[in-house]
Write a protein that binds this ligand. Structure first.
Ligand code: PLP
Length: 402
């Protein structure tokens, strides 16, 4: 059997394993240390009552002859697709057709799977630092060349740093696909309408695809910041968009997401909407009925009010981190429209040295920027997903440690 050598050669998922190892070692040697975790990328607030009630009702239905549901429609139930179109798009003046929405079990699966739409030799660009799934999933397909000195030889990196205000440059050479994620993980920054328009115009001129990951769109507080790439004129001809209930409504353990593939999206004369439908219908059997009912409840008036309370809670944590560190003279970025705060490490320390310093002196865990790509070096990510009390305590400890 010939194995997939690209997958076999993929460097091990080093970042979180290394963090866990260092924390475990430290805890073993310092059992009295009360370690506070601001490294987690997972939500912590429970599901809201409207969601729980809808899930329970649907579970009860499933136990009756009239309410039982077997395999659902390939691309999701009508009730959820219609709720998404009304709640996330029409409400912002964007028209999306019913058959352009594909319900799935996660934005992670979708961003990984959708590269089955690309040719094996398609050229890829990512912003740097980046959510590692875009890179690793393309590396598994053998599309990125060799991994040397922390970089893939065949990948185009679009550096985002304090100097360029975390606004990625347009790809300097021919690429077929650009992955954009806004609000951004890990930097927590956003792009304005004008900045996104430049990417859309570039993609249209260059016959390229934008894969837009809007997993954190619920955190956007300023109505002027686009929540969807489809708010940008021309985007339906060059972009597909992955969204998720994970961060919007705490579904990280419940699993529900959706991807929008417009019918205008045509490359080499072929509709990506048709290709994606064909792919999903073959390889995916849908999200369970109770979970789709639970996701629908996110759009009810009570659901909206309740999920906003949780988002406001995380936003307050982000504010505490951002303002606390800034007042202490630390340069921070993001954290306004996102649950992530990206900070420059003091005294030019590497992300890993700063990680060790915080662990040793403050008993606080964050994530070294190096784990998100070469341009993450010398930066550090803190997240707003702990409790408010622990977040406040962690910020005080960081300030004291510095
Ligand atoms: N996209 C980004 C940018 C993320 O940071 C994450 C999770 O952390 C995901 C997608 C995963 O979303 P899901 O839980 O829907 O798979």
């Amino acid at each position: 059997m010939k194995i997939n050598q690209a997958l076999a050669d993929l460097p091990a998922g080093y970042l979180f394993a290394e963090i866990a190892k260092r924390v475990k070692e430290y805890s073993a040697n310092n059992p009295q240390a009360d370690i506070l975790r601001l490294g987690i990328g997972d939500v912590t607030r429970p599901l809201v009552p409207a969601v729980v009630e809808a899930m329970k009702q649907a579970a009860d239905e499933m136990g009756t002859p009239e309410g039982f549901h077997g395999y659902g429609p390939d691309f999701g139930y009508d009730f959820l697709i219609n709720a998404i179109i009304a709640g996330d798009y029409l409400s912002r003046g964007v028209e999306i057709a019913f058959d352009e929405v594909f319900i799935s079990d996660g934005a992670k699966s979708d961003v990984g799977n959708l590269q089955e739409l690309f040719g094996n030799d398609a050229k890829i660009a990512v912003t740097d630092p980046v959510y590692p799934v875009y890179v690793d999933s393309n590396a598994m397909a053998g599309r990125l060349g060799k991994y040397e000195n922390g970089k893939w030889s065949g990948l185009t990196y679009l550096p985002c740093n304090a100097e360029n205000g975390f606004v990625p440059p347009l790809p300097p050479q021919r690429v077929d696909v650009v992955y954009l994620c806004y609000p951004n993980n890990p930097t927590g920054t956003v792009l304005t309408r004008e900045q996104l328009q430049k990417f859309v115009d570039w993609a249209l001129e260059n016959d390229a695809l934008i894969v837009y990951d809007a997993a954190y769109k619920a955190f956007i507080t300023d109505p002027a910041i686009p929540r969807s790439i489809f708010e940008i004129p021309g985007a339906k001809k060059c972009a597909m968009e992955c969204c998720s209930f994970s961060k919007t409504a705490g579904f990280t353990g419940t699993r529900c997401a959706y991807t929008v593939v417009p019918k205008e999206l045509v490359f080499s004369g072929v509709s990506l909407n048709r290709m994606w439908g064909r792919r999903q219908a073959t390889k995916f059997n849908g999200v369970s009925y109770p979970v789709q009912r639970a996701a629908q409840a996110v759009y009810s008036p009570e659901g909206q009010r309740q999920i906003m309370e949780n988002i406001l809670y995380y936003q307050e944590n982000a504010r505490v981190i951002r303002e606390g560190l800034t007042a202490a003279g630390i340069q921070t970025f993001g954290g306004v429209h996102a649950p992530y705060i990206w900070m420059k490490t003091p005294k030019g320390l590497s992300g890993w040295d700063f990680f060790d310093l915080l662990l040793n002196k403050a008993h606080v865990v964050g994530t070294p920027g190096e784990g998100f790509g070469p341009s993450g070096a010398g930066y550090f990510r803190l997240t707003a997903f702990n409790t408010l009390e622990k977040t406040r305590e962690a910020v005080q400890r960081i300030i004291q440690a510095l």
